[in-house]
Design a protein around this ligand. Structure first.
Ligand code: NDP
Length: 240
């Protein structure tokens, strides 16, 4: 097929599932990571997917990292999945300014940094698929997540605007808003809170990473060319 896909935070959790699914579907895949070097090495050995370390919240690192991926895979990025993200939860009246800034820079500035790094070659090539991971909590809000919800809602506005700017160049830009998915991120939620969340999910369970990867495969496909500027909810039926 020859298409090159880059997944940020692509060596574990949802991103790991997305990288694996893209590779199985025949794409040339590169997975970015940041601090989890042991896990990234193990992921590379297990899957054969090359891994590249940089901090997505840093503009220059994203530019250099994307160049390194292009050199290694022999072409510019056709499919970008902006998956990397963090939570630093806390009620606003106690939230430290650094926890606000860290979540905004890692979850939202990163999307600007990475799109800026790949969009010009996509425009020249007249092909691109950009898929941004938002969240159910960016659409409906969540106690203790003003920083996270603001970043994830920001991704929605960003996605819609870049979709408009890119439509004439055959670049689609869409967001996926997962509900609660079983990963390290949700393992960090106290068990009693997880149970309460679960009781509010009509499907009756947390989602799996392959269920998000399936939505990515759909949006990444060459044939998904008339779908842009959308937010695809994959959340087990949660009412928004
Ligand atoms: P995890 O905490 O399991 O993994 C986060 C990933 O992001 C890791 O691969 C991590 O890499 C990477 N990452 C974090 N900070 C940086 C950084 N500065 N630079 C590069 N990579 C970074 O998260 P999930 O898999 O659960 O979530 C993936 C995405 O899906 C996130 O954007 C999250 O907000 C979103 N999402 C998740 C939901 C869920 O229920 N799990 C629900 C809705 C949305 P490393 O370990 O190497 O640092």
């Amino acid at each position: 097929m020859g298409r090159i896909a880059l997944v940020t935070g692509g060596t574990r959790g949802i991103g790991g599932g997305i990288s694996r699914a893209l590779k199985e579907a025949g794409y040339s895949v590169a997975a970015n990571y940041h601090s989890g070097i042991e896990m990234a090495r193990e992921f590379c050995d297990r899957t054969g997917i090359p891994v590249f370390s940089w901090d997505v919240s840093n503009y220059e690192s994203c530019r250099k990292g994307t160049v390194a991926v292009s050199e290694a895979l022999g072409g510019t990025v056709d499919i970008l999945v902006n998956n990397a993200g963090i939570t630093l939860d806390g009620m606003l009246h106690k939230m430290l300014p650094e926890d606000w800034i860290k979540v905004i820079t890692t979850n939202l500035n990163s999307v600007f940094n990475m799109c800026r790094a790949v969009v010009n070659p996509m425009r020249e090539k007249k092909f691109g698929r950009i898929i941004n991971l938002s969240s159910v909590n960016g659409l409906k809000g969540q106690v203790g997540q003003t920083n996270y919800s603001a970043a994830k809602a920001g991704i929605v506005g960003f996605t819609k605007s870049l979709a408009l700017e890119s439509a004439s160049k055959n670049i689609t830009v869409n967001a996926i808003a997962p509900g609660y998915i079983s990963t390290d991120m949700t393992e960090a939620i106290p068990a009693d809170v997880r149970e309460k969340i679960c009781s509010g999910i009509p499907v009756g369970r947390f989602g799996r990473v392959d269920e998000i990867a399936q939505a990515v495969l759909f949006l990444a496909d060459d044939r998904s060319s008339f779908m842009t500027g959308t937010v695809l909810s994959v959340n087990g039926g949660q009412y928004l």
